[in-house]
Design a protein around this ligand. Structure first.
Ligand SMILES: Cc1cc2nc3c(=O)[nH]c(=O)nc-3n(C[C@H](O)[C@H](O)[C@H](O)COP(=O)(O)OP(=O)(O)OC[C@H]3O[C@@H](n4cnc5c(N)ncnc54)[C@H](O)[C@@H]3O)c2cc1C
Length: 591
């Protein structure tokens, strides 16, 4: 079935980018325009990457609607991160934001416009003027299809720049030499079932999120954390994996996302008594408090018996915005509500529940996207490897991401990594370094075991068990006891993943093979998440413990690092020092 190692077909590129979402394509554009040979791999057609589903907007302090500046944006992001974000990276992102957005505008991205021709901006959770004084309109939007507009713009630009796309190719493992330098990847061409060695002077992971390790998720089915699995297997730690964002408004029962932009436009959350309960929890920002805050408040309402219908959800009311605004600013939301909740929001409220949405943690990097491995307290750059976008922990989102800061993260750090590679490329113009056979064999062995196994566990069954275990043990509110049981459950499932098989061994576009390989990545993400969570005995951002309700800066103002081998943990300090301005010291987080 799978070719012997020595006969594996090989291709050589200056750079291999794994992932064609916003991050991957912003990076590849920079590389291709500079004349480098770039291969971009994607499991799906580029414009079907999850970025396409982003609705609400991309943040930048353009100040088109009222006064705004990058320093306020930086403060909001540090506070939103519950002080776990690295302040150098946050300063970099917020300063670059206006430039990065105008660049997209000049690429042809069809933003909504104000009457004076400037980009339309809407309010979003946690974005404020003057250090928390009042909400500010900072989210640049293309109706409720901002990610769609962004991804198509970037794809067209890449085609013009002659980026080479490998569509429906799945990267399997990183290839490394004895010094630990990354020299490319092994990859599966799904159409033929053939495995290739893709040699690269630089490899960029841009594989997006992994929300599919939960049963209820707003994420696309392809969000299985492949880049994280690849890094973990190569001995690279995963950072801050206990921090996962629940989006307050997933359609109850379906999980499909209703953008925060609805609340930005004036939509409100109500309990069964018709009370606008967020006024009680967050008197200043109300429905536009950050997501961790709103999700917990909703959960509380439901737990205390004020849920609507059967008691399991609250509702999002927007009929008061008027049919015209809904049709102009939120057309896809209306469509989603009609299709998935059977309600027309022009007349009736939408039933919603907090749903897993975004991973704040990931592969640790610096602001150039270079992957940083810290072992025994000593940090080193992993030569030849970069991570950008949702799979990376740069770390601008810390313990909780503000809405619209992710699309921003993609374009700022995608561009930054691209520039860095282009600028340092002359020194690395040398020939491709030899790839040790053992590195290739490791990957091939993994696949061969799957190919040859004729009995064992079914991928779907083990996958479901992982998703149910995460859903049950690692929700909006957590306890150490429950998390520890979750660690046992997930570690108990890990050997089953080693024993999965699929019956249909056909070569041509065999999705059973792809799903089995994806599961080997999902288990790494689940292990990292639950182990990191069970060991952090404080509440910070999205990690909320009933039995440790307070933030504990003395002991826990530090990043978690999880290593796959032995499921071992280390910790490293948060970068509290920005690039040029004064540090924002930790304080209580109220809204
Ligand atoms: C429904 C929804 C709405 C959102 N709305 C917003 C919003 O309004 N504003 C905001 O800022 N953020 C939003 N977010 C978050 C944001 O959209 C994502 O964090 C971001 O788009 C991720 O981009 P990315 O480039 O990192 O990865 P993705 O866009 O997820 O792309 C990942 C790419 O990696 C490829 N890939 C993965 N594994 C492999 C592999 N093994 N081999 C080859 N290719 C691989 C995939 O095919 C894909 O091309 C939203 C998220 C969701 C789910």
């Amino acid at each position: 079935m799978v070719a012997a190692t020595k006969s594996l077909p090989r291709r050589q590129f200056d750079v291999v980018v794994v992932g064609a979402g916003g991050a991957g394509m912003r990076c590849s554009l920079q590389l291709a325009q500079a004349g480098l040979s770039v291969a971009v791999l994607s499991k799906v057609f580029p414009t079907r990457s999850h970025t396409v589903a982003a609705q609400g907007g991309v943040s930048a302090s353009l100040g088109n609607m009222s006064e705004d500046n990058w320093y306020w944006h930086m403060y909001d992001t540090v506070k939103g991160s519950d002080w776990l974000g690295d302040q150098d990276a946050i300063e970099f992102m917020c300063r670059e934001a206006p430039h990065a957005v105008y660049e997209l505008e000049h690429f042809g991205m069809p933003f909504d416009r104000n009457a004076d021709g400037t980009i339309y901006q809407r309010p979003f959770g946690g974005h404020t003027a003057n250090f928390g004084e009042k909400p500010v309109q900072r989210a640049c939007a293309a109706a409720d299809r901002t990610g769609h507009a962004m991804l198509h713009t970037l794809y067209q630009r890449n085609v013009a720049a002659r980026t080479q796309f490998f569509v429906e190719w799945m990267a399997l493992d990183l290839l490394r030499n004895e010094q630990g330098d990354v020299l490319g990847v092994t990859a599966l061409e799904m159409e033929t079932g053939d495995i290739y060695v893709l040699e690269a002077k630089q490899t960029v992971l841009a594989t997006g999120g992994a929300g599919r390790i939960w049963a209820a998720s707003t994420n696309a089915f392809i969000n299985t954390g492949d880049g994280l699995g690849m890094a973990a297997r190569a001995g690279i730690p995963l950072q801050d994996m206990e921090f996962w964002q629940f989006h307050p408004t997933g359609v109850a029962g379906a999980g499909v996302l209703i953008t925060e932009g609805v609340r930005g436009e004036g939509g409100i959350l109500l309990n069964k008594d018709g009370e606008r309960f967020m006024e009680r929890y967050a008197p200043t920002l109300k429905d536009l408090a950050p997501r961790d805050f709103v999700s917990r408040s909703m959960d509380q309402e439901i737990k205390e018996g004020r849920g609507c219908g059967d008691g399991s959800y609250v509702v999002l009311k927007l009929d008061h915005l008027g049919a015209e605004t809904i049709q102009k600013r939120l057309p896809s939301i209306r469509e989603i509500a009609i299709k998935f909740a059977n309600v027309d929001p022009i007349k009736d409220p939408i039933p919603v529940v907090p749903t897993i949405h975004y991973q704040m943690g990931g592969i640790p990097t610096n602001i150039y996207g270079q992957v940083i491995s810290t072992i025994g307290g000593e940090s080193n750059i992993v030569n030849g490897l970069y991570a950008i976008g949702e799979c990376a922990a740069t770390s601008v989102h810390g313990a909780n991401r503000l809405g619209t800061n992710s699309l921003l993260d993609l374009i700022v750090f995608g561009r930054s990594a691209g520039n860095f590679i282009v600028n340092q490329h002359p020194e690395r113009q040398h020939a491709h370094q030899p790839i040790p056979q053992s590195s290739i064999d490791y990957s091939l062995d993994r696949v061969n075991k799957l190919e040859t196994r004729t009995s064992g566990e079914k991928t779907q069954d083990v996958g479901n068990a992982i998703r149910m275990a995460m859903q049950h043990h690692c929700g909006v509110f957590r306890t150490i006891d429950l998390l520890k049981k979750g660690v046992d459950a997930i570690e108990g499932l890990a050997p089953q993943v080693e024993n999965i098989y699929f019956k249909d061994k056909s070569k041509v576009f065999n999705t059973a093979r792809v799903e089995a390989l994806e599961l080997t990545n999902m288990i790494e993400v689940a292990r990292a998440t639950i182990t990191s969570a069970a060991n952090r005995t404080e509440s910070r951002g999205a990690h909320a413990l009933n039995d440790h309700p307070e933030r504990d800066d003395e002991n826990w103002l530090r990043h978690t690092l999880w290593f796959s081998e032995g499921s071992r943990l280390e910790y490293k300090p948060v970068q509290m020092k920005p690039l040029t301005v004064e540090s924002f010291p930790p304080k209580a987080r109220t809204f």
